[in-house]
Ligand binder design. Sequence first.
Ligand code: NDP
Length: 279
Amino acid sequence: MKRYAVFGQPVLHSLSPRIHKAFAQQLGIDLDYTAIECAPGDFDGTLSSFARSGGDGANVTLPHKQRAAELCNLLSNRAKKAGAVNTLIKHEGGWLGDNTDGIGLIRDLTGRHGLDLRERRTLMLGAGGAARGVAPALLEAGIGELFIVNRDAQKADALSDLLGDPGRVHTRYMQDLGELGEFDLIVNATSAARHGALPTLPMTLFGPRSAAIDLSYGEAAVPFLAWARALGVRDFVDGLGMLVEQAAESFFLWHGQRPDTDAVYAALNERNATLMTAD
Ligand code: NDP
């Protein structure tokens, strides 16, 4: 039986084992997929033991995505552009790293939710591993200007440099959000709500045509999306669909087959829908 795992901290709540097992069942593939919790200092060693004990591939989530990219001896173009890896594929010489977060988000927004991203003036809050994965994909999907705002401004600058598109990509300080005007697309790529501390955002960011996207899902997505909804935003999307789509792309990289994502998304979204409509 082939062995896969998701590495992160915290990760025991992760839906990835459930999603990959559902895909495997659909396609008649026999696999084991577990969640492995490890602190940043233990990541290298835990991943090596996993590989030595027969691990065939892995997903990587916060806070290990950038370290995972450094440990790979081969990187896909998507991973190079992101400087972060969420999918590891074992090969003879070590790990090939890829990043499926960006394509996962774009497939969910355009395919499942029917959003046209072209020329949208975009604000991205956050510059961590997830932001690194989705920013190049948003630019490729044809958004207009991209403003990156992060609590640690140096990380926003580093991401902007990596993107290498100074005509379209700008960074701003958190305290200057009130001067940036209205955005057509606002992506919350922070993990702030996990710690119960969504940054204070000015109401002027949203207009009637804005869409609000939170890469988190479940309870962590509620504060930002509920706030956007209260301001009259009609298009709001949480990260559950992205999670399922990025998993499907990892699954394809490992097994060469594409699962049906709609059935898996629908099953997971039942509980989620209850959270999002609760007043
Ligand atoms: P990282 O730890 O790499 O980055 C966290 C980001 O959140 C950083 O930009 C950090 O800012 C910011 N942040 C954390 N706390 C606060 C706060 N209190 N106020 C303001 N900013 C804060 O995490 P990831 O980028 O991997 O994940 C970010 C979110 O995206 C998570 O909620 C995760 O669950 C979600 N995600 C969803 C996926 C999906 O498929 N739907 C895939 C990947 C991630 P700073 O740099 O200043 O510390």
